[in-house]
Each structure stands twice: as C-alpha cells, then as structure tokens.
Design a protein. Structure first.
Length: 134
C-alpha cells in the first residue's frame, strides 16, 4: 500500500493504514520531521485511546490504554545499542499481546518479532508525505 497525502489528511491516512495492518507491531521509518509522531497520534486515536499522545524521545516508551489493550509507543532515536534496549525490557513489550509502535527501529531490527508491519514515511518536494506499508 502506498499513499501520498498532505499532513492535514493524516487522520484518514491512519484509518486506511490501520485497516491494512496484519500485526500489532508497527515499525516506522522516516527522517526527522517526516511526520512519524503525528501519524502515531492519529493511529492511537483510531485504536480508540483517549490518552494524550506525545513523543517519548526522552522516556523512550509511552503507554496508552484502550478499553481492550495497551499501546506502547517507542522512540528509539536516543538508544545507542541493542544492549540499552534489552536493559529497559524491550522484549517484554514487543512480544506482549499489546500494540507496539516503534519510531527509529533500526537498532532493534534483529530482535523484532517474525511478523510485523513496516511503514516508511518520506517528505516529498511539495511538502506532502508518502506512506508505504510493506
């Protein structure tokens, strides 16, 4: 799936994305400013959480709740190596039955579950975004 969109349309894009996911583990790749956290805010809303979503840049993981499940939102930008991820218990999160949405997942690629959804975000020259679900 590939969608080109304006940032104002992120809620509709999130709805389309969620309806096409095959797992509860979403890894999101994109350069700084591509709209990863903005997309995640919309995804969390689509998953029926009323919690306030913010970037976990310094806390590394934020937890949001819904009536049925938890959503773990990771920002691994500041993680230097896989050992740091092990130290905060990354495996307990990503191998739980809850949602895991991971920004900057490169450092943990080797320990991701066998099945996950990969999202790539790019900024286009006209400032629109392209989302690819792989």
């Amino acid at each position: 799936m590939e969608i080109v969109y304006n940032i104002d349309d992120v809620n509709e894009v999130a709805k389309q994305l969620v309806s096409n996911l095959k797992t509860k583990t979403i890894v999101i790749y994109g350069e700084m400013g591509a709209g990863k956290t903005t997309l995640i805010k919309a995804i969390v809303k689509i998953l029926n959480s009323t919690d306030e979503v913010s970037s976990p840049t310094f806390s590394i993981v934020n937890e949001y709740s819904t009536n049925e499940t938890l959503i773990y939102h990771f920002d691994l930008y500041r993680i230097n190596d896989l050992e740091e991820a092990y130290n905060f218990g990354i495996e307990e999160y990503i191998y739980s039955d809850n949602w895991s949405i991971i920004e900057w997942p490169q450092i943990i690629e080797d320990i991701l579950p066998e099945h996950f959804d990969r999202v790539e975000l790019t900024i286009n020259l006209n400032n629109s975004r392209t989302l690819k679900l792989i």
